[in-house]
Ligand binder design. Structure first.
Ligand SMILES: [Zn+2]
Length: 110
């Protein structure tokens, strides 16, 4: 026995694919796809509720204001970094170029 959820994509049932066709001749429909609950084990993610990236995007774009309200970003986040410049020798010809190296600062020390 398999359990499933219906894809949450608002337009899933409008995609013209053969695997969405249901019904008998004369009364056929395109139906929202099933998403098998065991597709991704216990590791729930977007594919636990959506049949495709496209359906996920459709849902997110349709409900974007509600989604942002879950965790609004009112201030920017920052990652402390060190920036160093180094001259690196080309491998295929003479000369050097400047390489910018960005490393994150580990704030957990001390
Ligand atoms: Zn879908």
């Amino acid at each position: 026995m398999s359990s499933f959820v219906w894809c949450h994509g608002p337009s899933c049932h409008k995609s013209h694919t053969q695997d969405r066709i249901r019904g008998v001749k004369g009364s056929k429909v395109l139906r929202t796809k099933k998403v098998q609950a065991n597709n991704w084990g216990d590791n729930f993610n977007m594919y636990s509720y959506f049949c495709s990236q496209g359906c996920y995007n459709d849902f997110a774009n349709t409900h974007i204001n509600s989604i942002i309200a879950i965790a609004p970003r009112l201030e920017p986040l920052e990652t402390p970094i060190n920036v160093t410049k180094e001259q690196v020798q080309y491998r295929w010809r003479d000369g050097t170029y400047t390489n910018t190296r960005i490393t994150t600062v580990d704030n957990d020390v001390g």
